[in-house]
Write a protein that binds this ligand. Structure first.
Ligand SMILES: Nc1nc2c(ncn2[C@@H]2O[C@H](COP(=O)(O)OP(=O)(O)OP(=O)(O)O)[C@@H](O)[C@H]2O)c(=O)[nH]1
Length: 467
């Protein structure tokens, strides 16, 4: 944690505290308690070192409040400010550290499971903070007995919204001030690397979301029916649209924007009697956003896996799996009188190259020789790496004789390679088979393999066709 991070965390805490006060629709009452998000994210990103700046910030604010209330300094204020600071810092410290442990040590669980855990931790930390905060309040003042029972739910929900909305924003900003890399955080923002930073479509979607918020607030202020406020849950739809199609950083910004408009709006449009509904809507919208973030991440992971299974990493050629699915498609869409063949080839005595010159030279032979054959192919032909030093070429629209001739042409194209100081003449044995009507590609490959074995038995560096 850099020194600037201590100052930043302290200032963020104080800043969000006063910002929340601006958005309060009654004294100490607003839809969200933003500093809670700063606290939990501070511990999440910086670990236990976040304790000092957060404790000091809460202490500072509590002390100033006590002074303002009672007009003048009283040493008891120091004690009550300390208690308030502990009542806030300890629950969020525990929550943040637990969340950090959960996200960094249980990376083997999928993102959705980790998000469930995160939501539970956030909810428990906010509940603990609400209960301890109110207990300290009851304890330090004489006139406030009973506020624990009355106030715990509203406090909890307000804190929880603050945590859910502000923590992701802090997780974007704070890691820049950390000396450590936080790889477990990257997965949440994996989407950002794939998508271009295009502000225009995002802003359009954000305008839709904000218009929905304002429209519903106006409706709620005009129509006295209490059910109107429930329309605010619709806001989760444009927010979900943003999460699924835009960068995670934009989705984070939109969640904050929606919340700010709602927090100001309940006061401006005087619909504070429905504030619990609005808080719930914000919580649900945030929770949906958290889950939805895992969908683009999963999609990206699937794409990577699909690419891995379709392209051979060494030669960059399609794999047998892709070969089979492509050839099956071509054969299926062919007329009955169309002939197609495959030529399977294996490099001769390749093991010797590996043994004598090393695996790296062997790899280079596989890479270069396959690239040369690939460059010789016609547009309709397809080369894939089957396994080890065995490759397969799809030869469409050729009967077995034409295909045998073509395989011989390709065999002659196998190069004499110059790798470092070595001169390596590359040879190969080919087995050719025609795709029979109604036969699976696996069966054709099996027959071509038999022909290839025959070519090896007959002395290598030749083509054998099987009918
Ligand atoms: N360098 C390298 N070697 C590989 C790779 N995959 C498999 N091999 C090696 O390729 C060799 C395959 O040898 P074979 O085709 O069975 O035997 P061969 O020496 O080519 O002899 P014939 O096929 O009978 O002519 C084995 O030694 C494998 O270890 C790879 O990705 N890179």
């Amino acid at each position: 944690m850099k020194t600037s991070a201590y100052v930043l965390l302290f200032l963020f805490w104080i800043g969000t505290f006063y910002a929340a006060n601006i958005m309060a629709f009654a004294e100490f009452i607003s839809l969200w308690y933003m500093p809670a998000g700063v606290s939990i994210a501070g511990f999440l990103i910086f670990g236990k070192r976040a304790f000092i700046p957060i404790f000091l910030a809460v202490f500072f604010v509590s002390f100033r409040f006590a002074e303002q209330f009672e007009q003048g300094f009283d040493p008891a204020h120091l004690a009550s400010a300390t208690l308030f600071a502990l009542a806030h810092t300890v629950p969020y410290g525990l929550g943040g550290l637990l969340a950090r442990h959960w996200l960094s040590h249980f990376a083997q669980h999928g993102l959705p499971q980790r998000i469930i855990g995160l939501l539970v931790i956030y909810a428990l930390a906010a509940l603990l903070a609400a209960l301890s905060g109110l207990m300290v309040w009851e304890f330090t003042t004489e006139t406030n007995s009973g506020i624990l029972e009355e106030g715990w739910f509203a406090w909890w929900l307000g804190d929880l919204v603050g945590v859910m909305v502000i923590a992701p924003l802090m997780c974007l900003i704070l890691p820049r001030f950390s000396r450590k890399r936080l790889p477990w955080l990257d997965e949440f923002y994996a989407h950002d690397r794939r998508l271009r930073a295009d502000l225009k479509p995002f802003l359009l979607k954000l305008i839709v979301a904000v218009s929905a918020v304002i429209g519903i607030l106006i409706l709620d202020s005009k129509i006295t029916h209490p059910g109107v406020a429930y329309f605010v849950f619709f806001v989760s739809i444009p927010q979900l649209w943003i999460v699924l199609t835009e960068r995670t950083s934009y989705a984070t910004a939109s969640l904050v924007t929606i919340t700010v408009f709602m927090a100001f709006g309940v006061g401006v449009f005087d619909v504070t009697d429905q504030s619990i509904t609005y808080q719930f809507a914000l919580y649900i919208t945030a929770a949906i956003s958290y889950f939805a973030v895992s969908i683009p991440a999963l999609m990206q992971r699937n794409n990577q896996l699909a690419e891995l299974s379709m392209l051979d990493l060494l030669t960059d050629l399609p794999t047998k799996w892709l070969f089979k699915s492509l050839v099956t498609q071509v054969v299926k869409s062919s007329r009955p009188n169309q002939n197609h063949c495959i030529a399977l080839y294996n490099l001769d005595n390749f093991k010797k190259i590996n043994d004598e010159y090393g695996q790296t030279t062997g790899d280079e032979v596989l890479r270069q020789s396959s690239q040369i054959i690939k460059n010789e192919l016609r547009d309709s032909e397809l080369l894939c790496r089957c396994e080890q030093d065995t490759f397969v070429v799809f030869l469409p629209n050729l009967d077995i004789e034409e295909a045998t001739k073509r395989a011989n042409e390709l065999r002659h194209k196998l190069p004499v390679l110059h790798i470092d100081d070595l001169i390596l003449p590359i040879r190969g044995s080919f087995g050719v088979a025609q795709v029979q009507f109604g036969e699976s590609i696996d069966k054709t490959v099996e027959r071509a393999t038999r022909a290839l074995q025959q070519a090896k038995l007959e002395g290598r560096n030749k083509v054998v066709a099987i009918s």
